[in-house]
Design a protein around this ligand. Sequence first.
Ligand SMILES: [Fe+2]
Ligand SMILES: [Fe+2]
Length: 368
Amino acid sequence: MVETAQQFLGRDDVDSVEAILADDSIDFGDLVHPTPARGDAIFTWDYERSRPGLAKLSEKAKTSQWNGSTDLDWSTPVDPERVALEMAPAAAMFQQRMAARWGPKEWTQFQVEALNWRMSQFLHGEQGALICTAKIVATTPWIDAKYYAATQVMDEARHVEVFSRYLDTKLEGHYPVNPALQLLIDDIIGDSRWDMTYMGMQIMVEGLALAAFGFMHHVTEEPLLKKLLRYVMADEARHVAFGVLSLQEYYAGLGAAELRERQEFAFEAALRMRDRLMMHRVWETMGVDRRTVTEFLLGMRRMRNNPFQAALFSKIVPNCKKLGLLDAGDGWLRDRFTDIGVIQFEDATDTGEEYESFDEVARDRAAG
Ligand SMILES: [Fe+2]
Ligand SMILES: [Fe+2]
């Protein structure tokens, strides 16, 4: 464990408060953040449609496009406090222990900030997906994957647009990107192996996003946000399926050493995403310093003590299993996911086919 933490996160102890705080204070700039993209752009002269699973997914994507400006009713009035309080109960278990002295006013303000923070991270994450997918168009060697990824570029641009518009016109206040999330996205874009962009973005980041969107969609009664999330999730389910289908084929042809590198990358991403969930800046806005929050949350140690956070891995773990990554070699990744308390999701529904049941756009059009 010690060796791997050093190798992945540049820290000896995964739970080092100092290292987590140092990462969390990285400044990604006020206006732009340049980061190196690595990997060759691959031209293929094999135009044959030899991957029916990906071809089917592309067809689905073509008929499931929606328009963020006209398919959503932006005239819907939104009460940010009300939406924020809908999200409160699931997170309340640990927050209440931190915030025992707060009255209802502080508690509401905290939830409003937390909502702004979550929606801001969705926005920045969507931009990461936009850039990663554009990179996949260039770096994947398969024509069917280039076709599919091109549809996803359009999807992600639409997601950036709708989250940005919701934040700007319905909520009050943005947060900058969470450093743990941006560090992960930078790693994904900076890796020259084409499949690592898929693994990092389609399996890990989008797998977590799908679970997070699903939670928010389930609890909110705000009609604009509910429909926005339903439409975004229908797209995301295809995106994760794209990752699963592509990587299943590619990983079946890799040897043990190469698979081990993929397992390590998956685990590094999982640790980054765990750190991301600490919401340091929200606590800071409320006058609770970062160190106190970090120490408290690390005190809970394992995510199984925090079912809400663990549930965010409910898509990632079965998808890793479906890709053969959980048990490749000596089951290294199974052991790591056991360590961080998320292995219980291994038999949850994977996302290889789930997109079929998510076709909201077709359903709405059929309903007139
Ligand atoms: Fe997206
Ligand atoms: Fe996506």
